[in-house]
Design a protein around this ligand. Structure first.
Ligand SMILES: Cc1ncc(COP(=O)(O)O)c(C=O)c1O
Length: 392
C-alpha cells in the first residue's frame, strides 16, 4: 500500500471545530451575527491587542491597513521581497508604490539597515514580515520608522503564537497595526480569512468601516442629522470584506488549540533539526536571537548547484516519495507585475543583484512538510526521502 501524501502544510480539524460550524448553520445568523465579535475578542486576547477586526482574507486585511493609514498616490511603502506578493500589493491597491529592501542573511526577514537605506522623502510606511514565523528585528525597525515618521504594519500571517522581546506577536508594542491570515496552511484556519489587530481606537474604527462598505452605524458619529432608526451613513468608499459567522466560529474553536498547535510545530522543528544534522548538504534556515518563532514553515537551504541537481528534480523526486514541498518565496521583484511596476516607478527598475541576500536565499530554499498533524514517523520519512533524492 502506498504511503499517504504529505503536503507542505495543511489544516487540523476536530469534531469540536465541525460542531462549532454546524451550530452556526442551525442558528439565526450566518453572517453579521455574534460569532465574529466573539472571534475578534478571542484573537485580541490571544495576541494581547486592544482591538481585532476580522476580514475575509489576510489580503483584505493588508488592504485595510494601507487604507486606514491614509496611504495613496505618491507614497512609498517598504517591504521585504521574500514574502507572499500580498504584502507588497496592499500598497499598490491604494495607489502607493511598493518598494523592496533586502533581507538579512540569517532568517531572510527584512534587514533593518537595508530598510533604512531604502527610505526616501516619499516613504510613509514599512511592512516587516515575520517570514516563516520568525519574528523580524522589530525594535530596530520601529526605531528607524519613528525617526522617519513612518507607519509600521506587521505582516504576521506566518507568526500567530510567536513572540518578540517577551511579548506576543501582535501586542502592538512595536507597530501601529498587525495583520493575520487564516488560510488552511496557517496556524489556525477559518477556510479563508484574516484580521488586523491594533491598539489604536481611530485605526480600529476606520478598519471596521472599510470592511463594511464605509458604512457608519453609530449615531454619535453621523455627519448629517439623524432622521430615524433606519438611518446609517456611507461615509467613505469601503468594501464587503466581512468574515462569516461560520468562519468566525471555526476560528474561535481553532484558536482554543493554538498553544497545542505551536507546541507541536516546535517539537517537529527539534526532530527535523536533529535528523537533518548529519546531512551536510542540507541546512535549516537560521533563526534570529530575540524572537520565538511559531514555525509556520520549515525551510531548508540546499546548495543545488554544488550538488549538481536542480531544485525541480529534487521536488519531483520527493513527490515520487509522496512528500510535498514548496518554495517560499519567489522574490516579489521577480514577478512580472512588480518588475513592470518597478520599471515605471524607478530608474532602471528592480535588479536582482541589488538583493544579494534575497537571491542567495531564493537559490537554495525549499520548504519541507510542516503542520501539527505530522507524526514523528512522517518527519523520519521526509528526511529519509530527502537523503535518498540528494544522495541516492
Ligand atoms: C506573508 C503573507 N502575507 C499575507 C498573506 C495573505 O493572506 P490570505 O491568503 O489570507 O489573503 C499571506 C498568505 O499566504 C502570506 O503568506
Amino acid at each position: 500500500m502506498s504511503e499517504p501524501f504529505l503536503p507542505y502544510g495543511r489544516q487540523s480539524i476536530t469534531d469540536a471545530d465541525i460542531a462549532a460550524v454546524v451550530a452556526v448553520l442551525k442558528s439565526d445568523f450566518l453572517t453579521q451575527g455574534p460569532q465574529v465579535e466573539r472571534f475578534e475578542a478571542d484573537l485580541a486576547t490571544a495576541v494581547g491587542a486592544r482591538h481585532a477586526i476580522a476580514f475575509s482574507h489576510g489580503t483584505a486585511a493588508l488592504f485595510g491597513t494601507t487604507y486606514a493609514a491614509g496611504l495613496g498616490v505618491g507614497d512609498e511603502v517598504i517591504t521585504s521581497p521574500i514574502t507572499f506578493a500580498a504584502s507588497a500589493n496592499c500598497a499598490a491597491y491604494v495607489g502607493a508604490t511598493p518598494i523592496f529592501a533586502d533581507v538579512e542573511p540569517v532568517a531572510a526577514t527584512l534587514d533593518p539597515a537595508a530598510f533604512e537605506r531604502a527610505i526616501t522623502a516619499r516613504t510613509k510606511a514599512v511592512i516587516p514580515v515575520h517570514f516563516s514565523g520568525q519574528p523580524v528585528q522589530l525594535a530596530q525597525i520601529q526605531s528607524i520608522a519613528q525617526r522617519h515618521g513612518l507607519v509600521v504594519i506587521e505582516d504576521a500571517a506566518h507568526a500567530l503564537g510567536g513572540s518578540y522581546a517577551g511579548q506576543p506577536i501582535g501586542s502592538g508594542q512595536f507597530s501601529d497595526m498587525t495583520i493575520w491570515s487564516f488560510h488552511p496552511v496557517k496556524h489556525i484556519t477559518t477556510g479563508e480569512g484574516g484580521a488586523v489587530t491594533t491598539n489604536s481606537d481611530a485605526l480600529a474604527d476606520r478598519l471596521r468601516r472599510f470592511r463594511n462598505h464605509g458604512i457608519e452605524r453609530d449615531a454619535a458619529r453621523f455627519v448629517q442629522p439623524n432622521p430615524g432608526p433606519w438611518y446609517h451613513e456611507m461615509q467613505e468608499l469601503g468594501h464587503n470584506f466581512r468574515l462569516t459567522d461560520m468562519q468566525a466560529a471555526l476560528g474561535s474553536s481553532q484558536l482554543s488549540r493554538l498553544g497545542t498547535f505551536v507546541q507541536r510545530r516546535r517539537e517537529i522543528v527539534r526532530l527535523y533539526d536533529e535528523l537533518l544534522a548529519p546531512i551536510a548538504a542540507v541546512t535549516p534556515l537560521g533563526r534570529l536571537a530575540d524572537g520565538q518563532s511559531s514555525f509556520h514553515l520549515y525551510v531548508v537551504l540546499i546548495d543545488f548547484a554544488g550538488l549538481g541537481i536542480s531544485r525541480g528534480d529534487v521536488m519531483n523526486g520527493l513527490r515520487n516519495h509522496q512528500v510535498g514541498t514548496q518554495v517560499h518565496y519567489i522574490p516579489c521583484y521577480r514577478h512580472p507585475y512588480h518588475a513592470d511596476l518597478g520599471l515605471r516607478t524607478r530608474a532602471g527598475g528592480w535588479n536582482p543583484q541589488d538583493f544579494p541576500n534575497a537571491e542567495a536565499y531564493y537559490d537554495r530554499a525549499l520548504s519541507l512538510p510542516m503542520y501539527p498533524a505530522l507524526t514523528d514517523g512522517d518527519v523520519h520519512r521526509v528526511v529519509q526521502a530527502l537523503h535518498t533524492v540528494l544522495h541516492g
